[in-house]
Design a protein around this ligand. Sequence first.
Ligand code: SAM
Length: 195
Amino acid sequence: MNTLNFIDRFHIWRKKIKWNRQYRNGKWDYLKTEKEAPRYAKISEIIKTYSQEKPHVLDLGSGEGVLRMVLDPLDLGYFYGVDFSKVSIEKALQNKFKNADFQVADLHYYTPAQDFDTIVFNEAFYYINTTVKAKVVNRILSKLKKDGILITSIFGEGTGCWEYFDIPELEQIEFSKVDSKNGNTSWKIGVYRKT
Ligand SMILES: C[S@@+](CC[C@H](N)C(=O)[O-])C[C@H]1O[C@@H](n2cnc3c(N)ncnc32)[C@H](O)[C@@H]1O
């Protein structure tokens, strides 16, 4: 089964309302703190190391665009952030980032309108309903250029997630563990090249 039923769609709608409330209340402001900084720094380094020069980057579940904040605009061709929380996207837009756009869209249904050199799931993939995870990966990969880079960050073990990237269309080129500044959390970051 790889479609969302009425109950699934209802739960996704409820979660979206919750995310909007949490962004409004500042619950996710901590993503901009030093504690989380090593994860963004690692993703930034990965983009520099493996992406083509001045890549067009798609950030799926971008929230307020914290990743865009840490990327050096000189290393970036274009940045596109997508999140189903309207509140987070409004916050992202307030930054008026150069060469960047943001869109409110649900990853369960979203198909990028253009091709990208680099696509990022930064602490967002595990929110996708299990019944359609493979379908979402497939859809997103159709918009990743050949030899393009897919980067996935997942905190803890990432059970029920990593297997979706173990597919013939992707070659794993790096897999690393990053610790938070205070050592209380760690993330695993997988880097894949589209074959
Ligand atoms: C933990 S936050 C990470 C935000 C951002 N990637 C970062 O690391 O700064 C997870 C984000 O995923 C978004 N999200 C969750 N489910 C989503 C969905 N179905 N479609 C789009 N965005 C989603 C949330 O709104 C939230 O902004």
